[in-house]
Design a protein around this ligand. Structure first.
Ligand code: 7TS
Length: 407
């Protein structure tokens, strides 16, 4: 496959070199969480070996060093996503917390009874439920942009749904079930002509496509470290300063204050206003290492290789005949959701697992989408740049075995 040094890259991922059920582990559950290279693992253990302490609150040496590393990572993230200022980068637990923050704070500030929030039918639950809850509280309504059968967004419907009641559009860049890459730039430009801000859920796009805030011009952007080779429990909310300045705090406590008196409190400046309490410092060290790792590989190289893998897998599965691929958009990232004849995805998943291959089966936290397709669930194989064509051949063998057992 081209010149991409996949075997050398695999050496960076210790977890991949093990057997499960006496077979080599094949990890195709990357959309749920990616594996971590030694560079990230070492950054975390290095933090505990030399720098561990609380940040922003000590004059002592370790506290200063850890604070500097934490704040340096904020700048690394800023440059990675091409944001205008590091005060627009807020560290959170992950995409879910980032979206909840915006739903809560934006809702309080800008949503009134009768207003509408536009999302799509292909959203992950974490980009549905926070809006539903907020709209319930505020007497507003969530509306779902439909899709076409091939998993592409219905852009004509979207344009018709935008009206004077629309106060926010929240849309995923890439679907975690379909792999569809949505035309978010076009969506943002259209919404902006009506003065409507847009939140982009970048959880599934950033590990494959990177992100460019200047180019996209979105108002909020959310992602999780653990889906981009960084640790769990760390993520980012990007928000345009002009919005973040106007939003009330999400959580309150230490760090997010300027002054506290018995009768009043004033809040800290950005980004600290939105980072209450002791943050996930080890996660930030790991995120820094993961970004350097991706930049070193090169996002273009990653994209090219993953496209080759996707094409190889799509061709192989299509050639099998009775595989129905759910999500055949023209623009996709490297994942395939599928059904094997009439075999239930759960049954298929159990057999595939016994062959050492980790796929995910179920609704993938996107129940409205699964209902839309009128299917019970899917089997999902999601690929990363450390996966190989030989591994895809193993998946094909496993599917043949599933068909022998249940067909
Ligand atoms: N948005 C999208 C598009 C996602 O795919 C996910 C997680 C989230 C948000 C939530 O991210 P978290 O890090 O806050 O949990 N998606 C999946 C998945 O597809 N399988 O497991 C988790």
């Amino acid at each position: 496959m081209g010149t991409f040094p996949v075997n050398k890259i695999r050496e960076d991922f210790p977890i991949l070199h093990q057997k499960v059920y006496n077979r080599p582990l094949v990890y195709f559950d990357n959309a749920a969480s990616t594996q971590k290279p030694v560079q990230v693992i070492r950054a975390i253990s290095g933090y505990y070996e030399t720098d561990n302490c609380n940040i922003h609150r000590g004059v002592h040496f370790l506290s200063q060093r850890a604070t500097e590393a934490y704040e340096e990572t904020r700048k690394v993230v800023q440059r990675f996503i091409n944001a205008a200022s590091s005060s627009e980068i807020i560290f959170t637990k992950g995409t879910t917390e980032s979206i909840n923050l915006v739903a809560s704070s934006f809702g309080k500030q800008y949503i009134s009874p009768g207003d509408e929030v536009l999302i799509s039918i292909m959203e992950h639950h974490s980009n549905i439920v926070p809006w539903q809850q907020m709209c319930l509280d505020r007497g507003a309504k969530v509306k779902f942009i439909p899709i076409h059968e091939n998993g592409e967004l219905d852009m004509e419907a979207f344009r018709k749904m935008v009206n004077e009641k629309t106060k926010l559009v929240a849309i995923t860049h890439v679907s975690n079930v379909l792999g569809t890459i949505n035309p978010v730039k076009e969506i943002i430009a259209y919404a902006h002509t009506y003065g409507i801000p847009v939140l982009v859920d970048g959880a599934q796009s950033i590990p494959h496509l990177g992100a460019d805030m200047h180019d996209l011009d979105c108002d909020f952007y959310c992602f999780s470290g653990h889906k981009m080779y960084a640790p769990m429990g760390i993520g980012v909310l990007y928000g345009k300063e002009k919005f973040l300045e106007t939003l009330p705090p999400y959580q309150s406590g230490g760090e997010m204050i300027k002054e506290v008196h018995t009768d009043r409190t004033t809040f800290n400046e950005l980004p600290f206003k939105f980072e209450a309490g002791t943050p996930n410092v080890e996660g930030v060290y790991g995120l820094h290492a993961a970004i350097l790792y991706l930049q070193n590989l090169g996002l273009d190289n990653i994209r090219n290789y993953e496209n080759e893998i996707l094409k190889y897998a799509t061709d192989k599965l299509t050639a099998m005949g009775d595989i129905r691929i759910i999500g055949t958009a023209k623009e996709k990232t490297s994942l395939i959701s599928f059904l094997i004849g009439t075999i239930h995805p759960y049954d298929a998943g159990v057999i595939i697992d016994k062959m050492g291959i980790a796929v995910r089966t179920g609704h993938h936290c996107a129940m409205p989408l699964i209902e839309w397709y009128k299917i019970p669930a899917t089997v999902r194989a999601s690929f990363a740049f450390y996966n190989t064509v030989e591994e895809i051949d193993s998946l094909v063998e496993a599917i043949i075995r599933v068909k022998q057992m249940f067909g």
